[in-house]
Design a protein around this ligand. Structure first.
Ligand code: ASP
Length: 320
């Protein structure tokens, strides 16, 4: 049994308004990721750990998601990225915070995990470690896309609070929002699970702000039973230790659905909204969210499904 679930961020309020002009590109990216990494998981070529790393790398390379190239811009108009990864089998973890000069933050987190100690590195030291360990170096300006620059300009013009343009549909339509954090969870043929998450954070975030994505137990968690990746307003996911909380709730014997719902209920009263993806070692998978949409996809033993709004996308009606 092998499963891969991915997300490309959650956000928005109110009724689902349908696909935007750019959504088919996001769907095609998710399809490519699910098909290529899913079949490698099935054939046993990839472990869960390598599968989530490669899945997230591919999504970091898609400029329409908020990770790697196409990350949102902070208050100074620069890209600063966070990522973390965890392996269920041995609890090994790696995390980078505030990196600016690498193409694939998740590969950097993976390199830290493999080194074994420490678990987290930040800023210049994290960029330097990553580059010394073979992660591709890029110019900070290479990470900035026209779309994100436009979004930042609007944020600045409106003197909006950090993240406002990520969440408020009256400010921007959802092609311009900052949502788009990416994540993956996988179950491999050996029954091991792993989780990975990568983000540029929120538009206009203050210098030095750290969200939930690089925090093990908040945005990312994996143990021998379950792997979890979260997306949404990071502060609420930190305050509830969301990913770890989900795992602990699942350990009590409740269903995966109920464990996910518990976490979404916990973040809501403290200003958190978003979604989670989770896979269990015994083959359950869930991708719930409480926002208008969450980009998400599941490859479950060869069956593929992709959704953005409440229902799955009809893949047959889309060009491949
Ligand atoms: N959780 C991310 C953060 O707070 C943002 C997101 O998932 O959209 O940095």
């Amino acid at each position: 049994m092998t499963i891969l679930a991915i997300h490309g961020g959650a956000g928005g309020d109110g009724e689902w308004r349908g696909l935007t002009a750019l959504d088919p590109e996001r769907v095609q990216c998710m399809k490519r990721v699910l098909e290529s990494i899913g079949s490698s998981l099935e054939s046993g070529t990839l472990s869960a750990l390598e599968a989530v790393t490669q899945a997230v790398e591919l999504m970091e390379d898609e400029p329409l998601f908020n990770a790697g190239i196409g990350s949102v811009l902070d208050e100074d108009g620069t890209v600063t990225m966070d990522a973390s990864i965890m392996n269920g089998k041995d609890g090994a973890a790696g995390s980078v915070v505030n990196v600016r000069r690498i193409r694939h933050p998740i590969r950097a987190a993976n390199a830290i995990l493999k080194q074994g100690w420490p678990v987290m590195l930040n800023s210049e030291a994290a960029d330097n470690f990553a580059i010394q360990n073979g992660v591709e170096a890029v110019e900070p300006s290479w990470l900035i896309t026209e779309l994100r620059q436009k979004q930042w300009n609007l944020w600045k013009e409106k003197s909006a609070r950090p993240g406002a343009t990520d969440e408020d549909d009256s400010v921007l339509d959802h092609d311009l929002e900052g949502m788009g954090t990416v994540g993956a969870v996988a179950l491999d043929r050996n029954g091991n699970v792993a989780a990975a998450t990568s983000t540029g954070g929120m538009t206009g975030k203050p210098k030095g702000r750290i969200g939930d994505t690089p925090i093990i137990g908040a945005g990312t968690w994996a143990d021998s039973n379950i792997a979890v990746s979260c997306t949404g307003v990071g502060e609420a996911f930190i305050r509830t230790c969301a990913a770890h909380r989900l795992a602990m709730r699942y350990d009590t014997g409740i269903s995966l659905h109920d464990a996910c719902q518990d976490v979404l209920n916990a973040v809501e009263p403290i200003g958190g909204r978003g979604g989670v993806i989770a896979v269990t070692a015994d083959g359950n998978v869930a991708t719930p969210f409480q926002t208008m949409l969450m980009y998400r996809g599941v490859w479950n033993n060869g069956d593929l499904s992709i959704g953005i709004g409440p229902n799955d996308v009809d893949l047959d009606s889309m060009d491949s």
